[in-house]
Design a protein around this ligand. Structure first.
Ligand SMILES: NC(=O)c1ccc[n+]([C@@H]2O[C@H](COP(=O)([O-])OP(=O)(O)OC[C@H]3O[C@@H](n4cnc5c(N)ncnc54)[C@H](OP(=O)(O)O)[C@@H]3O)[C@@H](O)[C@H]2O)c1
Length: 342
């Protein structure tokens, strides 16, 4: 038996990955309904080798759906998700609309699958950099207790969806042809040959919305409200995969060897450490996989219980689409498949 599945935002950067991932993971789909804005109505996508036609999102989703994967904006999630869940459809939402709602589980299957049990129709998919952080830190937190983390992120342009991706491509093409680049619109500055240390709007204490998401969402997923976390999020001219430099202070000292052993054994993590000649992963290596790669695990010489690490993850897949499909597998199929690809 299969499920009737809708993807809201099927033409977007995350939604189009969802089609691929449902297919790759052989998720039991009986009928697939790709939904997007009226601009995309009639557009043909492919699923399991067959064309599927995009429909415009109407005033509600069909009543007979088992699963709705939302990969559109927060406003669309707020407008449609509760009514869809009330029809008996499981909603897995990728936006920030419900992530901090105490009645909505925020799930990373490798870290807190048990929290899905209490769901009442909607499950939230965390922020992408948050997923990379919690998958990498959870094995160390379980062993030695996370007290504090300071993190810098290096986030790919596709984190801003298709418009972000197109902007870097257009600026690269213009540079290659010695032409003037179009005015930036997805980002506040040119992103080619640049870094932009602001993702989302600047808010409380001068931190951005993206930075606060990582603080609050990590605490919720790790079930650790006292965790002290401070973040700087930076947009970088990389097409896909976010990277994180993490400094973690633990409640008890943890040696590098012990930390590496825990990371190597952890679900969803691949350790890239000595004896590898280049003991660190890069965004290109992580692209198109569902793994959180961790390397450069080392002592923080400035703190007696400090560890430093570098983590990289394809944020369109494990940071969004694959995590959402894993949540659906967990809830609808009762299974907890690990990453499909590495
Ligand atoms: N990109 C990432 O790395 C990432 C990671 C984690 C979470 N997320 C979250 O995932 C969601 C989707 O992000 P994205 O990066 O995929 O954005 P995107 O590439 O801009 O795609 C947005 C999707 O929403 C659809 N849409 C826009 N207006 C609509 C409307 N009025 N009715 C129905 N559909 C509409 C678009 O359809 P059209 O093509 O017809 O415009 C498109 O399919 C966002 O909430 C984002 O915060 C993104």
């Amino acid at each position: 038996m299969g499920f009737r599945v809708a993807i809201v935002g099927a033409t977007g950067a995350v939604g189009s990955e969802m089609l691929k991932i449902l297919e790759e993971r052989d998720f039991p789909v009986d009928r697939l309904l790709p939904l997007a804005s009226p601009r995309s109505a009639g557009k043909q996508l492919r699923f399991r080798g067959e064309p599927v036609t995009v429909e415009a999102l109407g005033s509600s989703l069909p009543k007979d759906l088992d699963l709705a994967l939302f990969a559109a904006s927060k406003d669309i999630a707020q407008q449609y998700a509760r009514a869809t869940a009330a029809q008996g459809t499981l909603v897995v939402d990728n936006s920030r609309a419900f992530r901090l709602d105490p009645d909505v589980p925020l799930i990373v299957p490798e870290v807190n699958p048990e929290a899905a049990a209490g769901h009442s129709g909607i499950i939230a998919n965390p922020n992408c950099s948050t997923i990379a952080f919690v998958v990498a830190i959870a094995p160390l937190h379980r062993l030695a207790g996370l007290e504090r983390a300071t993190i810098a992120t290096y986030q790919a342009v596709s984190g801003a969806g298709n418009p972000g991706l197109r902007e870097l491509e257009a600026q690269t093409r213009a540079w290659a042809h010695d032409q003037a680049a179009p005015e930036p619109s997805a980002f506040p500055h040119p992103i080619l040959f640049n870094l932009i240390p602001r993702i989302d709007t600047i808010g409380a204490l001068g931190y951005t919305g993206e930075e606060w998401k990582m603080v609050h969402e990590s605490r919720k997923i790790l079930n650790h409200p006292e965790a002290r976390i401070a973040v700087t999020c930076v947009r970088v001219p990389v097409l896909r995969s976010h990277s994180l430099a993490i400094f973690a202070e633990l409640a008890r000292p943890l040696g590098v060897a012990e930390a590496c052993q825990a990371l190597a054994a952890a679900d969803g993590v691949q350790l890239v450490q000595e004896p590898a000649a280049e003991p660190y992963p890069t965004p290109l290596q992580a692209a198109d996989t569902d793994t959180v790669y961790v390397g450069r695990v080392r002592r923080d010489p400035s703190h007696p219980r400090g560890l430093a690490l570098w983590a990289v993850m394809d944020q369109l897949r494990k940071g969004a689409a694959s995590n959402a499909v894993q949540i659906a597998e967990l809830v609808l199929c009762g299974s907890r498949h690990g990453p499909a690809s590495s």
